[in-house]
Every structure is written in structure tokens, then in C-alpha cells.
Design a protein around this ligand. Structure first.
Ligand code: BGC
Length: 521
């Protein structure tokens, strides 16, 4: 069955892609489920910290308070774990494979969850969060890599956006579960939200056992017959079909070409200077893109929204917070379509424009008419519009682009560095925000949105000048495009040639020989 929603390839070299089947689509999209780990884990802790039972167990007598330092340690240690986890995963994924690294991440994560659930002191809880964070770091970096490498090019953006969709579901589930258990009169109130994390890891880890490894990983390891088997499962085509032969030939030829020109060490990630196709430029782009995604200010809403809404005099602050997570979930699927139709670059440019307009409106109205009903209403409406703009653009597109811009020799490390940057800035912004808005500190109130409006303006400039259009190209064609054009002209670039011209037969001969040999053995 042909099933290619919004398929939009830019072709020109005569190669025909295998039709996207529903089964193939579902195989590729399953890994997106890992987004739940990311979203749920970042989301559940704020509600748990406020639970009475939790404070009684972890706080110190006589009034069972948890000190500010302990609180920020409990919250931020996860980001420390994820940061290092993501970085290390970059090497592990090249070594044991993408799929196995994600499964390893789930196992590490589970150890962290067991410690958290068993903990009755901060001394056990913190290492538990650190270890779980380490696992989330593995999962969050390598899922993007895996999905980008297994997906057919026409729906790659939509498939990777699925990951963002699951992040938003994870965030929403966390606030719903916290809401549901906070009144439980025993340790179940916080142990249930903690224990549930394990379920997500179990589903992801078990499901991945059944999925094939990334064919590009096998190509990198020189295991062409395994790459062919993997591709044939993913595309739902017989191993000797012209689709599989052609796609494999392109992967192999491109990898050979690239590895003649570059090595794959950490140091090599920083070589090549400022040329658009240079490794340094691409790594800079990935790291900066994830930094900018945090600079949009989105986590101000998700981490501090409740406190902030209350501070500026809005009643029902919990309800409003849940509404923002729901807007986030329902808006994200729009990007499945727009990311392939309008492209990554357009989404990033217009999304940031939309967000900065909302932010400046909130800031201006909130400052001029502080505390009024109108300012409150304006804050709620424009916060929801702002989340809509984020969820349909920067939320998914930042992840999609980092999966597409690196050449295979350094792809795992490039994606890992970019993901680590997301976690680093997630931490930095989470850490400095209270200093800007707390009443006894900066007390900026709605003026804080001037800061986010300004950082969002930088996001527009960044996307306009530096982000290339990668829609509809195979990952190998993206390499070519970066060599031949500039970000601003990239949307018009068409692939004209293939590295694999004439190679398909040779590679086919090698893989069939190997496969025959394996069958005999
Ligand atoms: C970001 C997270 C954010 C989430 C909100 C993700 O893409 O990386 O930091 O909390 O989107 O949906």
C-alpha cells in the first residue's frame, strides 16, 4: 500500500524512492515514543516537590521544609545527567549501534527510577535522578539520530516531529498524574509519578528490540549485507528490489566519499572552518539551534508558568498551566504536515516571528496596565498563542534539523553535542529564571517577556542567516546541498547527481554474495 502523507521529495537525479508504506511508517515512528521519557521526566518533579508527603519524607524537621539548595539540586541534577549522558551516547552509538544505545539508555534509566522510588532521603534521590538523567541523555540524543537515519526522506520531518509530539504528551501526562496523586495520603502520592517513568522505558526498550538497526550504522561498520536486510525491513521491499539496491548504493557511495575526506573523532567535529559544509559550521549550527530553541523562552511557561501566573494576580493558575500543556499537545501534529510542505527553514523563521510578537504584546500590556483584568486576559490568550507558535515550529523543527545536517562520519557525535546543548541551556534558563522574576530578587513581572522577546528576535536572525532548507532531500543530498549553496538559497537547490552513479551493481554483487554465504552457513 502506498502511504505517503505530505510526501515532498526534491528529486532530480533519476532515483525513485520506495513508496512509503503504513507499516514502514509505523516502524520508523515507534522510536518517537521515547519523547515521553524526556517530557515526563522534566515535567513530573515540579508537582512532586510541592506534595506534602514528599516534604515530610525529604524535608528537615521541625517544619519539614526542603531547602532552596536541595530543591535546585533535586531538579537540576537531571539536566547534569542528561548533558553527560547525551555526550557519551555520541561515542557509544558509533560503537554498539543506535538501537542498542537507546536500549542501554532505557536500562540505565530504569536503575535510576528504582533508586528514586526506593529513596527516603535526598542522599538516595539525587543519585537516582542523576542516573535516570544519564539514561534520558542516551535516549534523547540517539532517538533523533536513529529516526533520522531510518526514515524515508519524504516523511523524515514528520516522523521526527512525532518525537516532539511525544515530548508534549509526556509533559502533559506528568502534570495530569501529579494532579491526580497529590492528594493521596501516603508515599504513593510521589512514588506513583516516580514509578510510572519506568513504564515508558519498558515500552520503548522492548519495542526497540523488535526494530531493525539503522542501515547507516551498518554501512559505517562496513556490514553491507546487514544494511541491506535492515533497509528491506524498513521499506517493506524485497532485499533484491531496485529500491533497496539504489538506496544502499547511495548510502555506501556517500559514506566512502565522506570518509575519504574526513575522520570521525570528537576533534574532527570541530574541523573544516566556516564553510557551510565544514564540520565546524554544522556542529555550531546544531549546538546553536538547540540553544536558540531554549532561548525562545518556552520553558519559562512550562517550568515556572504556575508560579508566574499566580504572581501576576491570575486565579486558577493550575488550570491555566494544564491548558498550556494541552495547547502544546494539540498544536504539535500540525507540524507533521507543515514541516514537509513549508520546510524547516520557513517554520523556524515564521515561528520565531510569531512568538516574539506574542512576547512583546504580553510585556507591553502587562507593564502599561499592570495587575488589570485586561492584562491578565492578554497574558492568558497570548501565552496560548505563543505556545501554539512554538509547538508548530521550533518545538519539532529544532530536532528535525539536527538529525539532518551532519555527515555520517560525525553524525552521532554532532547530534549528541546538539542535544547536550539543549539540556545545558534548559538547565541554565531554569536556574536563572527565579533570579529574574522572584519577588525578593529581580521581580520583573511581565517585563520578563521583554527578555524573551529579545532572545526570540535573535532566533529569527539566526534562522534567516544560518539555517539551510533540508526538506525532501536524503541525508546524503543534504551534504551535497551544503557544499553547493548557502542557507538563504538552499530551498531552491535541486539534486542533480548521485555519488552512487554506476555503483549500485557493484554493491549489489557484494551484498548478494555475502547474503548467499550467510544463508549457506
Ligand atoms: C524542548 C523542551 C520543551 C518542550 C516543550 C522541546 O522541544 O526541547 O525543552 O520543554 O519542547 O514542548
Amino acid at each position: 500500500m502506498r502511504w505517503a502523507p505530505s510526501a515532498a521529495s526534491r528529486g532530480g537525479n533519476g532515483r525513485v524512492e520506495a513508496p512509503v508504506t503504513l507499516r514502514g511508517y509505523l516502524l520508523c515512528v515507534f522510536a518517537a515514543f521515547g519523547g515521553i521519557l524526556f517530557g515526563y521526566d522534566s515535567g513530573y518533579i515540579s508537582g512532586v516537590l510541592a506534595m506534602e508527603n514528599f516534604q515530610h519524607t525529604f524535608g528537615s524537621a521541625p517544619d519539614y521544609t526542603i531547602s532552596t539548595m536541595q530543591k535546585s539540586l533535586i531538579v537540576s541534577i537531571l539536566s547534569a545527567g542528561t548533558f553527560f549522558g547525551a555526550l557519551i551516547a555520541g561515542s557509544v552509538a558509533d560503537w554498539i549501534g543506535r538501537r542498542s544505545t537507546i536500549i542501554a539508555g532505557c536500562i540505565i534509566f530504569s536503575v535510576g527510577v528504582v533508586l528514586q522510588v526506593a529513596a527516603s532521603s535526598v542522599g538516595v534521590l539525587v543519585p537516582g535522578r542523576l542516573i535516570a538523567g544519564f539514561g534520558v541523555g542516551f535516549v534523547s540524543a540517539i532517538i533523533i539520530l536513529y529516526m533520522s537515519e531510518v526514515a524515508p526522506k519524504a516523511v523524515r520531518g514528520a516522523i521526527v516531529s512525532g518525537y516532539q509530539f511525544f515530548i508534549t504528551i509526556g509533559l502533559m501526562l506528568a502534570s495530569v498524574v501529579d494532579q491526580g496523586t497529590h492528594a493521596v495520603d501516603n508515599s504513593g502520592s510521589y512514588r506513583i509519578p516516580m514509578g510510572l517513568q519506568w513504564l515508558w522505558a519498558l515500552i520503548l526498550g522492548t519495542g526497540l528490540f523488535l526494530l531493525p538497526e539503522s542501515p547507516r550504522h551498518y554501512v559505517k561498520k562496513g556490514r553491507l549485507d546487514d544494511a541491506a536486510i535492515s533497509l528491506s525491513k524498513l521499506r517493506g521491499q524485497p532485499i533484491d528490489s531496485p529500491y533497496i539496491r539504489d538506496e544502499l548504493a547511495e548510502l555506501v557511495a556517500n559514506y566512502r566519499f565522506e570518509s575519504e575526506h574526513m575522520q570521525s573523532s570528537w576533534l574532527d567535529c570541530f574541523r573544516g572552518g566556516w564553510a557551510p559544509s565544514g564540520n565546524f559550521r554544522r556542529v555550531f549550527l546544531g549546538i546553536a539551534l538547540q540553544m536558540m530553541q531554549q532561548w525562545t523562552g518556552v520553558n519559562f511557561i512550562f517550568y515556572y508558568g504556575t508560579t508566574f501566573f499566580k504572581q501576576v494576580g491570575i486565579k486558577n493558575e493550575f488550570l491555566i498551566s494544564i491548558i498550556t500543556t494541552i495547547v502544546n499537545v494539540v498544536s504539535t501534529p500540525i507540524s507533521f504536515w507543515t514541516i514537509e510542505k513549508l520546510g524547516r527553514r520557513m517554520l523556524l523563521i515564521y515561528g520565531a516571528v510569531g512568538m516574539l510578537v506574542c512576547e512583546f504584546i504580553i510585556a507591553i500590556v502587562g507593564t502599561v496596565d499592570e495587575g488589570s483584568k485586561a492584562a491578565g486576559l492578554c497574558l492568558i490568550v497570548f501565552t496560548c498563542l505563543y505556545i501554539f507558535c512554538f509547538a508548530t515550529t521550533w518545538g519539532p523543527a529544532a530536532w528535525v534539523v539536527i538529525g539532518e545536517i551532519f555527515p555520517l562520519p560525525i553524525r552521532a557525535k554532532g547530534v549528541a553535542l546538539s542535544t547536550a546543548s539543549n539540556w545545558l541551556w534548559n538547565f541554565v534558563i531554569g536556574y536563572i529564571t527565579p533570579y529574574m522574576v522572584d519577588e525578593d530578587k529581580g521581580d520583573m513581572k511581565a517585563k520578563v517577556f521583554f527578555v524573551w522577546g529579545a532572545t526570540c528576535t535573535m532566533c529569527v536572525l539566526f534562522a534567516y542567516f544560518l539555517v539551510p532548507e533540508t526538506k525532501g532531500l536524503s541525508l546524503e543530498q543534504v551534504d551535497r546541498m551544503l557544499e553547493e549553496t548557502t542557507p538563504r538559497k538552499s530551498a531552491k537547490w535541486q539534486p542533480t547527481d548521485s555519488y552512487a552513479n554506476g555503483d549500485a551493481d557493484k554493491i549489489d554483487a557484494i551484498t548478494s554474495q555475502n547474503l548467499e554465504h550467510r544463508e549457506k552457513v
